[in-house]
Design a protein around this ligand. Structure first.
Ligand code: ADP
Ligand code: NI
Length: 216
């Protein structure tokens, strides 16, 4: 029964995300779903809530829907109700979809449900490493942003002035988000998986600057 629901949810999400930007498409969701299952094996949690949330978490990202923060909740709740999922499970899944985003990280209570922690860690793992780099440049290209601007080399904890000049470049996204993620992981398994991906990004940035300067 749960397996059938998961499989129906996969079909629903695949269909909905047809034509989505390549960093937020079905393949992103599929990777996040697979990572959540690995992390969940090491935690005591409600696996149905975790899997449904992973599958539905990007069903209608506000940045692709004119900032609408409620659309994903509406689409997900309608789908889950139609499939006869029990109200308590629906409520837990909607809570995760609503609160998973990096930009809301300051506003959440300290005692988050483990199911949210797992899906958030998985989503963040897919934002770093080689895939994270690829997704970030894909999104920057999608927005027609500059890759990099050499006037002020980006660094962590930029001043407001430096940030203003830099923000909007794809390289800057590493400093405003991607390099911070390894220390924001909630679970031990995610921290372990994050460390190799983090080092890969640091090496990538060093090589990027070296090639940009055309040292040799
Ligand atoms: P969250 O879902 O945690 O709120 P986002 O959807 O903003 O995070 O980001 C998901 C991914 O989209 C990022 O990890 C990155 O790959 C890409 N992305 C988002 N904003 C930018 C940006 N300004 N420049 C480049 N890539 C971005
Ligand atoms: Ni996501």
């Amino acid at each position: 029964m749960a397996q059938q629901l998961i499989s129906k949810t996969c079909d629903f999400v695949k269909h909905k995300l047809d034509g989505a930007e390549a960093g937020h498409d079905w393949f992103h969701v599929e990777r996040v779903w697979k990572i959540t299952k690995i992390i969940a094996q090491h935690e005591v949690c409600d696996t149905l809530v975790v899997e449904l949330s992973a599958l539905l978490h990007d069903i209608a990202d506000p940045k692709f829907h004119a900032g609408d923060e409620t659309l994903a909740l509406k689409i997900s709740s309608e789908f889950l109700e139609r499939e006869g999922v029990d109200p308590a499970t629906i409520e837990k899944v909607l809570f995760i979809i609503k609160n998973i985003s990096f930009k809301n990280r300051g506003e959440l209570p300290a005692d988050l449900p483990i199911e949210l922690k797992i899906v958030q860690d998985a989503d963040r793992l897919d934002a770093i490493g080689a895939i994270g780099i690829a997704r970030t440049f894909n999104f920057g290209g999608f927005k027609n942003n500059l890759m990099y601007h050499p006037d002020i080399p980006p660094k962590l904890n930029m001043s407001k002035d430096e940030y203003k000049k830099n923000s909007g470049t794809t390289i800057n996204h590493f400093y405003e988000k991607l390099l911070l993620l390894k220390d924001l992981m909630h679970t031990a398994k995610a921290r372990e998986l994050a460390s190799e991906r983090h080092v890969f990004m640091e090496n990538f940035l060093q090589q990027f600057y070296r090639e940009w300067r055309v040292d040799q």
